[in-house]
Design a protein. Structure first.
Length: 131
């Protein structure tokens, strides 16, 4: 059995990014893992996971960190802010799932949404969306 941290950081575990994936509409392994870490207030584990090479895992970690930062539960370091900004602007794609449908979408598009961008700004992270 893998820990929540391992699910977010392992490159050998495959899952899509999304709130509901598959026919049953279950949350992805990554979504469950980040929600568990946040609920347990394992903030240092989340911070360590920011260095993962697992793209889907890193998106969940960033979402968790910026949400926690926007609420005042954590204060992101300058290094963490730069890692987040660089990752979002890097031009990578993530395997996004919506029920049974899977497609690759740019990571930057996930954070362009108003709520996510607002959380980034509350953390002092200004992303260049190229518009």
């Amino acid at each position: 059995v893998q820990t929540d941290y391992e699910i977010l950081t392992s490159q050998s575990i495959s899952y899509g990014y999304g709130d509901v994936c598959g026919e049953a509409g279950m949350p992805s392994k990554g979504k469950v893992a980040i929600d568990n870490l946040i609920r347990k207030r394992e903030y240092e584990e989340i911070r360590k996971a920011l260095f993962t090479k697992n793209i889907e895992g890193k998106v969940y970690v960033i979402e968790g960190l910026i949400a926690l930062g926007a609420k005042g539960s954590v204060t992101l370091t300058d290094e963490e802010k730069q890692i987040i900004k660089s990752f979002i602007e890097e031009g990578l794609t993530v395997q996004w799932c919506d029920g049974c449908e899977y497609m690759n979408i740019p990571v930057i598009d996930l954070f362009y949404r108003p709520r996510k961008n607002e959380e980034l700004l509350k953390n002092g992270i200004k992303v260049d969306y190229g518009n």
